[in-house]
Design a protein around this ligand. Structure first.
Ligand code: IPM
Ligand code: MG
Length: 370
């Protein structure tokens, strides 16, 4: 019997509640799927800071490195606004990404038919929307050095962040985008700011060259990142796969996510390079939404993004495409039945709690798997 090792890092705020719903799904699969998931949990973010004074401990990092996949909740909140920059809650997530080498962040923006009216865009613009944003995750301005605030002789301060990209970093993320596109609608938009940034010029060159040698049959379009932001709200369905750098990807993925109706719906996968010996990739799965401190601990959160992130883990880390499909169908069915958490509530629908939503998805999964 196959055993997979998962590290659960619920983190802060609603991460704790939404992870509890994933644990119920895991328990179900352990009983029914013929595969065993062994789980360990640890602290990250503000919770780790409160307990240990750091955003993630070396021991937790060790566990993450040894696990087959990390399932992550959310980090941060106003409680930790004053903590030193180096140990702020987000630093835990950034260390996980960097130390696990998770350079490829896959952020699908899918509009469930039942939710088309929850979008701030018109139904006809978003109905059937299915975009995959491929965000470079271990380079660019998030990690480039120098990164500092220095005091000048005249007492003024100067802040510096550094945007760096190498050929290798651009090429490997472009390949991920081309591979995904070839299994979807075969179209990639590469977004940068070559009109202002040298990294944009190199990004454009390397993506073009990679396209020529690696994936000439995929349609490639270059788009300026600001225009991409505009087009995402003007006509989002023109996009299939969007590949972009770390910072633009952060912004564009929030924008695309909102077009689908709620940030509370969207999962993500962060993948490393395949291990040359085993072919396995290090991986972390997390909802795109944050810790939502305003509703935390009240059983109001939407667990769908975290559950859907676990579905991505089934698909990308464990080759359990059938179970992933079933879990995603279970989510769609529950939405079709009119169940809604507060963030996606609409007139005439039934508002349910986080745990009720989790239970409903589990019940649907039970039917589909029977
Ligand atoms: C995200 C988040 C993170 C990021 C934060 C929490 C550091 O916004 O995953 O998109 O900026 O990458
Ligand atoms: Mg973000």
């Amino acid at each position: 019997m196959t055993t997979h090792h998962l590290l659960l890092l619920p983190g802060d705020g609603i991460g704790v509640e939404t992870m509890a719903e994933v644990e119920r799904i895991i328990a179900f699969l352990n009983e029914k799927s013929g595969v065993t998931f062994k789980t360990e949990s640890d602290l990250v973010g503000g919770a780790a800071y409160d307990a240990h004074g750091v955003a993630i401990t070396d021991e937790a990092m060790e566990k993450a490195l040894k696990s087959d996949a990390v399932i992550f909740g959310a980090v941060g909140g106003p409680k930790w606004d004053g903590v030193p920059y180096a140990v702020r809650p987000e630093a835990g997530l950034l260390r996980l990404r960097k130390d696990l080498g998770l350079f490829a962040n896959l952020r699908p923006a899918i509009c469930y038919p039942a939710l088309a009216d929850a979008s701030s865009l018109k139904r006809e613009l978003v109905e059937g929307l299915d975009i995959m944003i491929v965000r470079e995750l271990t380079g660019g301005v998030y990690f480039g050095e120098p990164k500092e605030i220095v005091t000048l002789e005249d007492g003024q301060k100067r802040a510096v962040d550094t945007q760096i990209y190498t050929t290798h970093e651009i090429e490997r993320i472009a390949k991920v985008a081309f591979d995904l596109a070839s299994k979807r609608s075969n179209k990639v938009h590469s977004a940068e700011k070559r009109n202002v940034m040298r990294t944009g010029v190199l990004w454009n060159e390397v993506v073009t060259a990679t396209h020529k040698t690696y994936a000439p049959n995929v349609e490639l379009n270059h788009i300026l990142a600001d225009n991409c932001a505009m087009q995402l709200v003007r006509n989002p369905k023109q996009f299939d796969v969007i590949v972009t750098d770390n910072l633009f990807g952060d912004v564009l993925s929030d924008e695309a996510a909102m077009a689908t109706g709620s940030l509370g719906m969207l999962p993500s996968a962060s993948l490393g390079a395949p291990d040359p010996a085993t072919g396995k990739r290090k991986a972390l799965y997390e909802p795109v939404h944050g810790s939502a401190p305003d509703i935390a601990g009240k059983n109001l959160a939407n667990p769908i993004a975290t559950i859907a992130s676990f579905a991505m883990a089934l698909r990308y880390s464990f080759d359990m495409g059938k179970e992933a499909d079933q879990l995603e169908t279970a989510i769609a069915n529950v939405l079709d039945q009119g169940l809604r958490t507060g963030d996606i509530m609409q007139p005439g629908m039934k508002q349910v709690s986080c745990s009720d939503m989790g239970a409903a998805v589990l019940a649907e999964l039970g039917k589909l798997a029977a």
